[in-house]
Write a protein that binds this ligand. Structure first.
Ligand code: PXP
Length: 241
């Protein structure tokens, strides 16, 4: 059964809108855990637009499930990761002007930098995953970089505007998932997944982790955090939509 990692960045985004102390992502993480989340995911961005260093440090102390740190392969953030030691790090591309992570990490073009960062994290006992497009060449490059897992970017599937386009992107994800498993990599997926589109990808064989944020926090605003996580957990576990 795939695990659900709940991305709580948006809770911090609301707090940062007023530069105050609420809502605290640490509280959201506790509620997500109570509702069955298998992991808590946060992205410590270089511009600190939502999650702050304090959040990472407190969550490291309080989260009892997997703490997954999304991060750029930069020296500054890698040093912080090595100091705090989250259970898992997911390397993502990062551009200052983007609204959210756009596209996967180009592991081929950045092979030396990625491999050096992966080695430092792995030597500290951190599991490392690379957030990549569902592309066989990026999957092969990820294996060469020494990671144990890849997170396939589901954004194109999620953003498809016609059912034909969605079918095509679903096939791309299914095929890339097969390739990743043949390469011996654990298979994660995420980005843009919602209560409407997640069930189909949850049925792809071998997916062991989903990381979902925007849709859960959006629903939580209306129905409450625990209920929102419980409903998504049921869907990634294969319950009918
Ligand atoms: N996985 C990665 C690597 C991401 O960068 C994000 C967005 O922070 C997510 C998953 C979650 O995406 P969404 O918020 O669209 O569910």
């Amino acid at each position: 059964m795939p695990a659900l990692g709940v991305n709580i960045d948006h809770v911090a985004t609301i707090r940062q809108a007023r530069r105050t102390i609420e809502p605290d992502p640490v509280w959201a993480a506790a509620l997500a855990e109570l509702a069955g989340a298998d992991g808590i995911t946060i992205h410590l961005r270089e511009d600190r637009r939502h999650i702050q260093d304090r959040d990472l440090r407190v969550l490291k102390e309080t989260v009892q499930v997997k703490l997954n740190l999304e991060m750029a392969a930069s020296d500054e953030i890698t040093d912080i990761a090595l100091d705090v030691l989250p259970g898992q790090a997911t390397l993502v591309p990062e551009k200052r002007e983007e609204v959210t992570t756009e596209g996967g990490l180009d592991v081929i073009a950045n092979s030396d930098r990625v491999a050096a960062c992966v080695e430092r994290l792995k030597n500290a006992g951190i599991e490392v995953s690379l957030f990549i497009d569902p592309d066989p060449q990026q999957i092969a490059a990820s294996r060469k970089a020494g990671v144990g897992a890849v997170e396939l970017h589901t954004g194109r599937y999620a953003d498809a505007s016609t059912s034909e386009e969605q079918d095509h992107e679903f096939e791309v994800l299914t095929e890339a998932g097969r390739t990743a498993r043949e390469e011996g990599l654990l298979l994660h997926m995420g980005h843009g997944l919602t209560y409407r589109n997640v069930s189909r990808v949850a049925a792809i064989p071998g997916v062991c982790e989903f990381n979902i944020g925007h849709s859960i926090v959006s629903r939580a605003v209306l129905v409450g955090f625990e209920q929102a996580v419980r409903e998504m957990k049921a869907l990634v576990s294969g319950a009918p939509p």
